[in-house]
Design a protein around this ligand. Structure first.
Ligand SMILES: *[C@@H]1O[C@H](CO)[C@@H](O)[C@H](O)[C@H]1NC(C)=O
Ligand SMILES: *[C@@H]1O[C@H](CO)[C@@H](O)[C@H](O)[C@H]1NC(C)=O
Ligand SMILES: *[C@@H]1O[C@H](CO)[C@@H](O)[C@H](O)[C@H]1NC(C)=O
Ligand SMILES: *[C@@H]1O[C@H](CO)[C@@H](O)[C@H](O)[C@H]1NC(C)=O
Ligand SMILES: *[C@@H]1O[C@H](CO)[C@@H](O)[C@H](O)[C@H]1NC(C)=O
Ligand SMILES: *[C@@H]1O[C@H](CO)[C@@H](O)[C@H](O)[C@H]1NC(C)=O
Ligand SMILES: *[C@@H]1O[C@H](CO)[C@@H](O)[C@H](O)[C@H]1NC(C)=O
Ligand SMILES: *[C@@H]1O[C@H](CO)[C@@H](O)[C@H](O)[C@H]1NC(C)=O
Ligand SMILES: *[C@@H]1O[C@H](CO)[C@@H](O)[C@H](O)[C@H]1NC(C)=O
Ligand SMILES: *[C@@H]1O[C@H](CO)[C@@H](O)[C@H](O)[C@H]1NC(C)=O
Ligand SMILES: *[C@@H]1O[C@H](CO)[C@@H](O)[C@H](O)[C@H]1NC(C)=O
Ligand SMILES: *[C@@H]1O[C@H](CO)[C@@H](O)[C@H](O)[C@H]1NC(C)=O
Length: 697
C-alpha cells in the first residue's frame, strides 16, 4: 500500500443488541462521522452514541483498538495511527428492552381459495428490532415464491403479502420464513409452521388455517454458541431463605456477566462469572435471568433461572357441614392457607387411607402465596359412620417425596333424619280407659341417638333416649272429655321434628237391656236404656237378628213390644248405644236372648207298640219341647234289667236281656211349670223261636 492512499473502503458497521422484551424500538445508534475518510497512518476518533436510556453498554468491535464501555451511552473508537486496512470497526450497543429475534411468525390466508385464482396470503412477523436486517420469504414447498425486499413496516410488525395462484395439486405446504442477517455469521432464522392444503369439495380447495403462531425459542437458536452455565440449574428456596446461584461461561470473549432481577441485580464487567446472592429471598417475582455479553456472535446469551420460591402450607383445614346426611351430596371443603406456588400444590381428600379426590393447579402460574378452598362432593352412606376424613396438602417441588401437611381428622357421623314422625292414636278415646299411642320414625340413623318425647297437653308423658326400633308405644288415660293434644317430638343432635294429634275424650256408659220371661201368646217388652244423666246425645237401638226394631235418641230408652212366640225363644236381641263424635262414632252394646215360656209338647208320637224277643234289648225314647226344659218321669214294671237315663233333653229307658216280666205299659211324663204331656209305649216280650235245620216235625 502506497503512502497517502485513502481508506475509502472503510465501513463503519452498526449493531444493536437487546436483552429482553417484545417491545421493540428502533436501533438508535449514531456515529458522528459516518463514512469517515482517513489517511493511512493518521489518527482517527469516531464517537458512537445513543439517546436511549436503557443501555447496558457501548463499544467498538475492531481488529484495532476494540472498545467496551459498560453502562455507557457513548464509546469512542480511537486510533492514534491507523495502519490496518481491514480494521472493520463496528459500533455495538446493548439495550435492555428489545429483542432482535423475530419472535412470532403468522401466516394468514383466506379460508377458501379458488383453484387457479390468485389469492393474497400474508406473513406477519412480530417482535423484530433490527428491521433493516430482516428478510422475509415465502415458500411453496421448497420454491421461494415471494420476498420482502421492500416491505414497509413500523418497527414491530412486518406484514408481507404474497399473491399466490392456488394450484390444482393439493398437499403443498406454504411456509414463511423470517431471517435476520447480520453478516457472514449464521443468520437468525425463524420459520412459520407450514400450511398444507386439502380437498374439501369439487373445484374448491381449503387451506388449513390453524393460524397458530410459531414462536421461536431464542435459546434453541442460540444455544450452540451460547455457553451459559447456571449452578445449581434449578433452585427451590423457601420464602425468606438465603439463595446463592452462580452463572458462568467458558467462552473467552466475555464483555460482562450479570444477573437481571428485581432483587439484587448483578453486573460483572469483564467477568466470566456472576453470583446471584440473596441473604433472605422475600420477593415472590424475583425472576432472575443470567445474561452474558460477548464480543462475538451470539453477542448476548440470556438464561432464565429455574427458581421456585415456596411457602409451606402451614394451615390445612377440613370444613364439613354440621350435618352430613346419608344419601345427600354435601361438600367437604379442604382449605389450604398461604401456600406458594400453587402449580405444585395438590389438595387431596382421604377417607382413612383411601384417596377420595385430588385437585391440582398445574396450569396456574401465580407465584404469590394464595389461599385455596377445594370442595369435594361426598355422599355419605351408613357404612361411613365413624370413618375419618383428612385433607392433605402436598407441594411437589421436585423429584422425591412432596412436602405434606394434613388437616386434623374429621370423624364422619352421618345422619338420616328425613322422615316425619308417624304418630298414631285414636281421635276419640274413652275417658278413664287406657289407650295406646305410637310414634314411629322410619329410616332414622343412628337410631341410638334418636330421642323421643311424648307429651299430652304439653306435659311430658314419656322420654326415651334410645329408640331401638325407632318407635315408641305407650298407654295413656284421659281423665276428662276435654280435647287433648298429643305431641311426639323426635330429635337427633340439634335437629328435631314433631307431630301432633288432637284427641277427644268421651264418656259412654254401658246400655242396660231389660227383658223378662213371657208366656207364649202373651205380649212382652224389651227395653234398651242408658244412664239417663249422661250423655244426652247418644242413640239407643234395639236389633233383632241384626235388624233395627226400634231406635230412640236423647236418653230415651228404646222399647220393643213383641208377641211371644215359641220361635222367638232363644233368639238374640241386641241393645246398642251409639255416640256420634266429630269424625267417628263409638258404640257399646248388650246382648240377651228372648225367654218365651211354654208347656211341653212331644217330639215323637204319643202312642207306640214295640216288640222285643226274649233276651234281646230295646231302647225307648221320650223327648219333648218346652220352656223351661221339661223334666221326665217314667212309669213301668220295675226290673233290674231296665235302666233310665235322661240326657240332652231326651229321656231313655234301656231294657237289656228282656224277659216276659218286662212286658207291659211304659209311660213317659214330660212336664214343666206350664203343663205336661204323656207318652204311652206298650212293650211285648216274645218267646224265643228256635229253628233247626233239616226235618220238620
Ligand atoms: C425501551 O426502549 C424504548 C426506546 O428506546 C424506550 O423508550 C423505553 O423507555 C425503553 N423501556 C425500558 C423499560 O427501558
Ligand atoms: C451502571 O449504572 C448504574 C446506575 O447508574 C449503577 O448502579 C451501576 O453500578 C453501573 N454498573 C456498572 C457496571 O458500572
Ligand atoms: C421491490 O420494489 C421494486 C421497485 O419498487 C420492485 O421492482 C420489486 O418487485 C419489489 N419487490 C418485491 C418483492 O415486491
Ligand atoms: C405497528 O403497526 C401495527 C399494526 O398496524 C400496530 O398494531 C402497532 O401498534 C404499530 N406499532 C407501532 C410502534 O407503531
Ligand atoms: C397486503 O395486502 C392487504 C390486502 O390483502 C393490503 O391491505 C396491504 O396493504 C398489503 N400490504 C402490503 C405491504 O402490500
Ligand atoms: C407439510 O408439513 C407437514 C408438517 O411439517 C408435513 O407433515 C407434511 O409432510 C408436509 N407436506 C408436504 C407435501 O411437504
Ligand atoms: C359444592 O361446591 C361446588 C363448588 O363450589 C358447588 O357448585 C356445589 O353446589 C356444592 N355442592 C353442594 C352440595 O353444596
Ligand atoms: C390462580 O389461583 C389463584 C388463587 O386461587 C386465583 O386467584 C387465580 O385466578 C388463578 N389463576 C388462574 C390463571 O387460574
Ligand atoms: C303410620 O303408622 C301406622 C301404624 O303404626 C301405619 O298403619 C301407617 O301406614 C303409617 N303411616 C305412614 C305414613 O307411614
Ligand atoms: C196360642 O194361640 C194360638 C192362636 O192364636 C193357638 O192356636 C195356640 O194353641 C195357643 N197356644 C197356647 C200354648 O196357648
Ligand atoms: C220405640 O220405643 C218407644 C219408647 O221408648 C216407644 O214409645 C215406641 O212406640 C217404640 N217404637 C216401636 C216401633 O216399637
Ligand atoms: C242299655 O244298657 C246296656 C247295659 O247297661 C248298655 O250296654 C247299652 O249301651 C244301653 N243302651 C243305651 C241306648 O243306653
Amino acid at each position: 500500500m502506497e503512502f497517502g492512499s485513502l481508506m475509502r473502503d472503510m465501513f463503519l458497521g452498526l449493531l444493536c443488541f437487546a436483552v429482553t422484551g417484545a417491545a421493540s424500538a428502533v436501533c438508535d445508534v449514531n456515529i458522528d462521522h459516518s463514512g469517515v475518510v482517513v489517511r493511512f497512518g493518521d489518527p482517527v476518533t469516531v464517537n458512537c452514541s445513543t439517546t436511549r436510556e436503557d443501555v447496558l453498554g457501548a463499544g467498538w468491535e475492531s481488529s484495532v483498538s476494540p472498545v467496551n464501555e459498560p453502562n455507557s451511552t457513548t464509546a469512542f473508537w480511537n486510533a492514534s495511527s491507523l495502519t490496518v486496512r481491514d480494521a472493520k470497526p463496528k459500533c455495538l450497543m446493548n439495550f435492555n428492552n428489545e429483542t432482535e429475534l423475530p419472535e412470532c411468525i403468522f401466516l394468514f390466508a383466506p379460508e377458501f381459495m379458488k383453484i387457479d385464482n390468485g389469492s393474497n396470503i400474508k406473513c406477519l412477523v412480530l417482535g423484530v428490532a433490527s428491521a433493516q436486517y430482516l428478510a422475509v420469504q415465502f415458500y411453496k414447498g421448497d420454491d421461494q415464491i415471494a420476498g420482502s425486499d421492500n416491505v414497509t413496516h413500523n418497527g414491530t410488525q412486518f406484514p408481507v403479502n404474497a399473491t399466490i395462484t392456488f394450484p390444482k395439486n393439493h398437499g403443498v405446504n406454504y411456509t414463511c420464513t423470517a431471517e435476520l442477517d447480520f453478516g457472514p455469521e449464521a443468520p437468525i432464522q425463524n420459520t412459520s409452521p407450514p400450511y398444507a392444503t386439502s380437498t374439501i369439495g369439487p373445484g374448491e380447495e381449503k387451506l388449513n388455517m390453524s393460524s397458530l403462531p410459531y414462536t421461536m425459542s431464542p435459546k434453541a437458536a442460540a444455544s450452540p454458541l451460547c455457553d451459559v452455565n447456571i449452578d445449581p440449574s434449578r433452585v427451590v428456596v423457601r420464602f425468606g431463605d438465603p439463595v446463592t446461584v452462580t452463572c458462568s461461561t467458558t467462552r473467552e470473549d466475555v464483555l460482562a456477566t450479570g444477573w437481571e432481577s428485581s432483587v439484587s441485580p448483578v453486573n460483572e464487567p469483564n467477568s466470566k462469572i456472576a453470583v446471584w446472592n440473596v441473604s433472605s429471598l422475600t420477593v415472590w417475582d424475583a425472576e432472575p435471568e443470567c445474561f452474558i455479553n460477548y464480543m462475538n456472535e451470539p453477542r448476548q446469551c440470556v438464561e432464565k433461572l429455574d427458581l421456585v420460591i415456596y411457602k409451606y402450607p402451614e394451615s390445612v383445614s377440613l370444613i364439613a357441614p354440621e350435618f352430613m346426611k346419608i344419601g345427600v351430596e354435601s361438600n367437604i371443603t379442604c382449605q389450604v392457607l398461604d401456600v406458594a406456588p400453587i402449580r405444585y400444590l395438590s389438595v387431596k381428600l382421604y377417607k382413612g387411607d383411601e384417596q377420595l379426590g385430588n385437585r391440582s393447579f398445574t396450569h396456574n402460574s401465580t407465584r404469590f402465596p394464595v389461599n385455596e378452598s377445594v370442595p369435594f362432593p361426598v355422599t355419605p352412606t351408613r357404612a361411613d359412620n365413624g370413618a375419618e376424613y383428612t385433607c392433605v396438602a402436598e407441594l411437589q417441588l421436585g423429584p422425591g417425596e412432596p412436602i405434606k401437611n394434613a388437616s386434623l381428622p374429621f370423624r364422619m357421623l352421618p345422619i338420616d333424619f328425613e322422615e316425619q314422625p308417624n304418630l298414631t292414636v285414636s281421635e276419640n278415646v274413652e275417658v278413664n280407659k287406657s289407650s295406646t299411642v305410637r310414634c314411629e320414625l322410619k329410616n332414622a340413623f343412628p337410631p341410638e341417638e334418636v330421642q323421643v318425647e311424648l307429651l299430652i297437653n304439653n306435659e311430658i308423658h314419656t322420654i326415651r333416649s334410645n329408640m331401638d326400633n325407632v318407635y315408641v308405644e305407650e298407654r295413656f288415660t284421659l281423665d276428662s272429655v276435654e280435647p287433648a293434644v298429643i305431641t311426639c317430638n323426635v330429635s337427633l343432635r340439634s335437629l328435631s321434628k314433631s307431630a301432633s294429634r288432637n284427641v277427644q275424650g268421651y264418656v259412654l256408659p254401658e246400655p242396660t237391656l231389660h227383658t223378662e220371661a213371657v208366656l207364649v201368646n202373651q205380649t212382652g217388652i224389651v227395653t234398651c236404656s242408658v244412664d239417663g244423666s249422661f250423655p244426652a246425645t247418644a242413640t239407643q237401638r234395639l236389633l233383632l237378628n241384626g235388624f233395627i226394631v226400634n231406635e230412640t235418641h236423647n236418653s230415651t230408652p228404646a222399647q220393643y213390644e213383641f208377641k211371644a212366640e215359641k220361635e222367638l225363644n232363644g233368639k238374640m236381641i241386641t241393645c246398642e248405644t251409639e255416640l256420634n263424635l266429630a269424625a267417628t262414632s263409638v258404640k257399646k252394646n248388650q246382648i240377651t236372648t228372648f225367654n218365651v215360656l211354654y208347656k211341653p209338647s212331644l217330639l215323637s208320637a204319643d202312642e207306640e207298640n214295640v216288640e222285643v224277643r226274649e233276651g234281646g234289648s230295646i231302647v225307648l225314647n221320650c223327648s219333648a219341647d218346652g220352656n223351661p226344659a221339661p223334666t221326665y218321669e217314667w212309669k213301668y214294671p220295675k226290673a233290674d234289667n231296665v235302666q233310665e237315663i235322661t240326657k240332652d233333653g231326651v229321656s231313655t229307658v234301656n231294657i237289656t236281656r228282656a224277659s216276659s216280666s218286662n212286658s207291659g205299659f211304659y209311660t213317659c211324663h214330660a212336664k214343666n211349670r206350664y203343663g205336661d204331656k204323656m207318652m204311652n209305649i206298650t212293650v211285648a216280650v216274645k218267646d224265643q223261636v228256635i229253628i233247626t235245620g233239616g226235618n220238620c216235625f
